[in-house]
Ligand binder design. Structure first.
Ligand code: COA
Length: 352
């Protein structure tokens, strides 16, 4: 088996016409977790960089987060749902095993446009951008790519090894054709030889849920943290280098580095290996925790709202997740038409 990541295309004439995000209002701090778990703020901050995370309301599911982010992205693009040809929802925490979450999101947004899920775990938004860009480059007028997750629903709140890491949220982007723009090149990769590194062991077709699964909680997320950490650093570094080299650029050309927000130490290690200075790395893991497929679009929206993105900037996006999967791309930042009207809010503000 080849151990090099595969190149998956050149930059495509695609523009990100709108960007939206949604974070639930409920904030859970490390001190909150320490009330019921054998952990503490200092351990969590020094090992992960996380200070707090958001948790969705009891009557919400992933699709509700996705819809909220999608509405913001459509408004940002000055579009309505009727302008959208296809909806992609990147998620590893779907509302149901069947059907996919995307058709539910489409119905809530009021469309019968094509809608399907992309499950590449924490790399899902990068995979979604890759698929959505190809659809735009081959004739579609507008594609909505959403990364949405309710991770807190699949972690055992009593398992301190994972309960401290994850949060809920969603981010969304509208992709449109634009001959003057360039989204890519992309690099996508996967290594499924050891899915147990980061998985929910039961609850799928290999081990359906029964009494023994529920009592052992093997339908909840578990991982081998150290192994995941090492692979995350190696894969995101190699994948990022691949897209920078294929674009004919150097690290000095990267204006902002937005990596999957799983752990600040992972982001620092990748940045160090790439040679990206810390001041050109955007961090949200401290406030969001790990929101899996939502983390990259949430961080991108956060960077925009913080005024860190200027027209013409080259942004490096990279992600890594269960599977294992990984993906990277370059994004040339352009201002959407409604940007001038956007209130100066912080992306951390949610409405539910
Ligand atoms: N609070 C306090 N102590 C904890 C703890 C917690 N929440 N979780 C684990 N510990 C303890 C362990 O039991 C262990 O104790 P021991 O030495 O007495 O056995 C000790 O802390 C060290 O545990 P370890 O798992 O080796 O810590 P670590 O330095 O590897 O950090 C992670 C753990 C999870 C923070 C780190 O491995 C990591 O971030 N991995 C990547 C996770 C990730 O990003 N996953 C998603 C990728 S998409």
């Amino acid at each position: 088996m080849s151990t090099t990541t595969a190149s998956t295309g050149r930059a495509m004439p695609v523009r990100l016409a709108g960007l939206g995000s949604h974070l639930p209002k409920k904030v859970v701090t490390n001190d909150d977790l320490a009330k019921t778990l054998d952990t503490n703020d200092e351990w969590i901050r020094t090992r992960t960089g996380i200070r707090e995370r958001r948790v969705l309301p009891a009557d919400w599911a992933t699709s509700d987060l996705a819809v909220a982010a999608a509405r913001e992205a459509l408004a940002d693009a000055n579009m309505t749902i009727d302008d959208i040809d296809t909806i992609l929802v990147a998620t590893t925490t779907p509302d149901h095993t069947i059907p996919g979450t995307a058709p539910i999101v489409a119905a809530k947004l009021g469309t019968e446009a094509g809608a399907f899920d992309v499950n590449a775990a924490c790399s899902g938004f990068l995979y979604g951008l890759r698929v959505g860009s190809s659809m735009v480059a081959t004739g579609d007028e507008a594609i909505l790519v959403i990364g949405a997750e309710a991770l807190t629903r699949i972690v055992d709140p009593g398992d301190r090894s994972v309960a401290i890491l994850f949060g809920d949220g969603a981010g969304a982007a509208v992709l449109v054709p634009d001959e003057t723009a360039g989204l890519g090149p992309f690099d996508l990769g996967a290594d499924g030889r050891d899915p147990s590194m980061l998985w929910t062991e039961a609850g799928g077709t290999r081990t359906p849920v029964d009494e023994s699964v529920l009592s052992a909680k093997t339908n909840m997320l578990t991982m081998r943290g150290g192994d995941v950490y090492r692979h995350a650093v190696a894969r995101m570094t190699a994948s990022s280098k691949s897209v920078i080299e294929r674009a004919g650029l150097s690290v000095d050309d990267i204006d902002l580095f937005i990596g999957h927000q799983a752990n600040i130490r992972i982001l620092e290690a990748v940045g160090h290996r790439l040679g990206v200075p810390g001041e050109r790395t955007h961090i949200t893991v401290d406030r969001h925790g790990n929101t899996s497929a939502a983390s990259v679009p949430l961080a991108l929206a956060d960077a925009r709202d913080a005024g860190r993105l200027q027209p013409g900037d080259t942004v490096l996006l990279t992600a890594f997740g269960a599977g294992l999967t990984w993906g990277s791309c370059l994004l040339r930042w352009q201002v959407s038409e409604s940007a001038a009207d956007r209130p100066a809010t912080n992306a951390s503000g949610g409405s539910a």
